[in-house]
Design a protein around this ligand. Sequence first.
Ligand SMILES: [Zn+2]
Ligand SMILES: [Zn+2]
Length: 312
Amino acid sequence: MLLEQPRTPLALRDVPPPSPGEGQLRIRVKVCAVCRTDLHVVDGELPDPKLPLVVGHQIVGVDDRGRRVGVPWLGWTCGVCAYCRSGRENLCDRARFTGYTLDGGYAEVAVADERYCFELPDDYSDDEAAPLLCAGLIGFRAYRMAGEARRLGFYGFGSAAQIVAQIAAADGREVYAFTRDGDEAAQNFARRMGAAWAGGTSEAKPLDAAIIFAPAGELVVSALRNVVKGGSVVCAGIHMSDIPSFPYELLWGERVVRSVANLTRADGLALLERLRTLRVVTERTSYPLERANDALSALRSGELTGTAVLHV
Ligand SMILES: [Zn+2]
Ligand SMILES: [Zn+2]
């Protein structure tokens, strides 16, 4: 399913299968989970994608040696820049990203640098494992950035929040899920996934930290109103609408606003280690690969609960 131009639907095309370069695996794709970032790429909200492009960066497949592998968003880093050399390869100046600047997984075959692929836990099916690869990984990085918060707010409750809510609950945190006012379905979903409370984004609840999963800048201000002194507001998405101006008193008291960018391989290993003792469940909707546009539309409109997974 090719993106030929941003802001046009993906097109079903027969193209020559990619051949692996030095250090790359050839992977027969089984499933690829859909991420909101895919939507930002397709909708032209991220600059300079490879074109034409195979979108998709939560790939589960089988390599030429029969091993199951997971391919995440971080596809390549230079290893020599100041960020790479200081354990921050997520910020690498020359990083390449699966399904954005490298071809991804909305396809029958993908290639990926073996050094950035993950071995997946055996007790997760392909379908269960795919959402771990970005929703899980980058969600987990955002969760760790939120610090030792007992009362943790989530703004937007979708693919990443459903995974992180279970980890947070297992860590003894209280998750407060803020969704669109009146969105009973999303609020019920959040409660099923371990949220201690769920309600609308206009509601007031004291929080020690908040993670913004939805791409709406005004939620940063809503979260700052709820976060107590010394607390953090972590923006977990790659793209967000402009943040409206707000009075300095909302930031005063050593409140912090920060973003989380991409992932490091160490984040991936940390999450997978955590999942050895914690079994997370996800709600998923399956689509055949050729209906990728329908999956993206469902995510765009907000009608999707949980994660969409494309089956090849
Ligand atoms: Zn680098
Ligand atoms: Zn993603």
